[in-house]
Design a protein around this ligand. Structure first.
Ligand code: ADP
Ligand code: ZN
Length: 435
């Protein structure tokens, strides 16, 4: 039987949810207009007054806010509560440039933790579970978010933080952890280390994984599920909106339910800003309707994905977002073709290679070059040069079929590509150095 953390909200009818969102949105716009001079100016420039916003249908009248605004207003310019009422600061990981900071009141933390508790419950976690949190602790929202949500859900929580992989496995075994929370790339590394230590999934009690903070493919999910003997669930979030738990996967494992009582999602055309219908790929935009300290309206995430309202077998009525394909700024344009790292990852794992790879893009004589270094597993290694060259050609052909452009593939020896304990960095675009 499906369990919910907050059934009344998670399974509310569309009419109930719309009513709640309308009320909260109207109050939030007023709160922001009255307290955030930066956003008031954006609204005034667009000629919108708080009274013009009567419900979610008026959302499109509001101006967008972007990471550039957050950087401009850094550090206090978007704060909507006196610092005295704030209890916490977090910061983005800085994956795509200068870090930005976000503030939380105790009320904001409580809501965030409830969102994560909903995610843990949807993955099947209960107060019988032992939850090992190996996201980094500190300014990054991963550790603190999962730690707080795990407490709220009543799990016995192990705030391990990232790193020291063998100790992670030792604690996992000694204490009998049943839930693992970390980035998917670190989960893959933990699986690999377990096997290298001569152990199998049967030597642990793990049953559930809650992985997010970076894009990962279905192929990666299946590979982690196998190596750790678990069911792996996706969790999504971003510091600007709160942290992990903005959206989470349920037993159906096909897309993430957005906590719509707190966050209104829209998909827009990244070029024109026009709102797109459900089931169309575009840029995800969030409006936080319950945040007190750092309430962003129509925040452009740059994450590309699809929203769908198809009925979900779990009974939740929250809209679902597909796995983000990556960010608009992760997309590489190579010889005029749009390429996402996730497309390359899919081909690698489908062809039996590890998720340890580095993509290098450069420009030589005015032509883009694409070099992919892929780590072999020990059993794929051959000391016959001809065999290796043949394997490289086969893989290059498979990638060409997917992308339409020819890469150069380099198979490199096992363990030669550095493992990531947090968000993996897999693309080196040297063209930027020449520009
Ligand atoms: P930064 O933007 O510096 O990486 P955050 O740590 O706040 O800062 O990361 C938020 C971003 O991480 C999201 O905008 C998204 O691009 C990515 N992300 C988070 N969870 C997922 C997920 N489950 N799948 C894909 N991408 C994710
Ligand atoms: Zn569901």
């Amino acid at each position: 039987m499906e369990r919910y953390w907050n059934e009344e909200i998670e399974c509310a009818s569309r009419e109930e949810m719309k009513k709640l969102q309308d009320e909260r949105l109207v109050a939030q716009v007023k709160h922001v207009y009255d307290n955030v001079e930066y956003y008031r100016r954006l609204m005034d420039e667009k000629g919108v007054k708080p009274e013009d916003i009567k419900g979610t249908e008026d959302l499109c009248k509001l101006p967008f806010i972007s990471k550039a605004d957050l950087r401009e207003a850094y550090p206090f310019g978007l704060l909507a509560k006196p610092l005295k009422e704030c209890v916490r600061i977090h910061s983005t990981s800085g994956t795509t440039g200068k870090r930005v900071v976000a503030f939380y009141t105790q009320h904001d933390i409580d809501i965030w933790e409830e969102c994560v508790a909903r995610a843990i419950t949807a993955a099947g976690g209960t107060d019988d579970d032992i939850c090992q949190v190996c996201y980094g602790f500190g300014l990054f929202t991963g550790g603190a978010g999962l730690n707080g949500g795990s407490h709220k859900a009543g799990c016995l929580t192990l705030p391990m933080s990232s790193g020291n992989t063998e100790r992670q496995i030792q604690f996992m075994r000694d204490l009998g952890s049943t839930i693992l929370c970390c980035t998917p790339s670190y989960a893959a590394y933990l699986g690999e280390t377990l096997h290298e230590m001569g152990l199998s999934p049967d030597d642990t009690k793990l049953r559930i994984g809650i992985f997010g903070a970076e894009p990962w493919t279905e192929e990666m999910r299946r590979s982690i599920e196998k190596s750790l003997g678990i069911k792996a669930y996706d969790i999504y979030g971003l510091t600007e909106i709160s942290g992990p738990g903005v959206a989470f996967e349920c037993s159906e494992q096909s897309g993430m339910h957005i906590n719509e009582d707190n966050f209104i999602a829209e998909i827009i055309d990244p070029e024109t800003g026009e709102v797109l219908p459900d089931d169309t790929v575009g840029e995800l935009v969030f409006t936080s309707i319950t945040k007190e300290a750092f309430p962003l309206l129509r925040y452009r995430t740059r994450d590309l994905c699809v929203l769908t309202r198809k009925k979900c077998s779990c009974g939740r009525t929250f809209v679902k977002m597909a796995k983000p394909m990556g960010r608009s700024d992760d997309m590489m344009i190579i010889r005029g073709v749009n390429v996402f790292p996730s497309q390359i990852e899919t081909v690698l794992i489908e062809n039996g290679y590890s998720p340890n790879y580095i993509i290098e893009v450069d420009r030589l004589n005015n032509t883009d070059t694409l070099d992919i270094s892929v780590e072999m597993r020990a059993d794929q290694f051959s000391d016959k040069v001809k065999d290796m060259q043949m394997q490289e050609r086969e893989l290059a052909n498979a990638i060409k079929t997917m992308l339409g452009i020819n890469p150069k593939v380099h198979l490199v020896s096992p363990k030669s590509i550095a493992r990531s304990e947090g968000k993996a960095v897999r693309v080196i675009d040297k063209r930027k150095l020449h520009d």
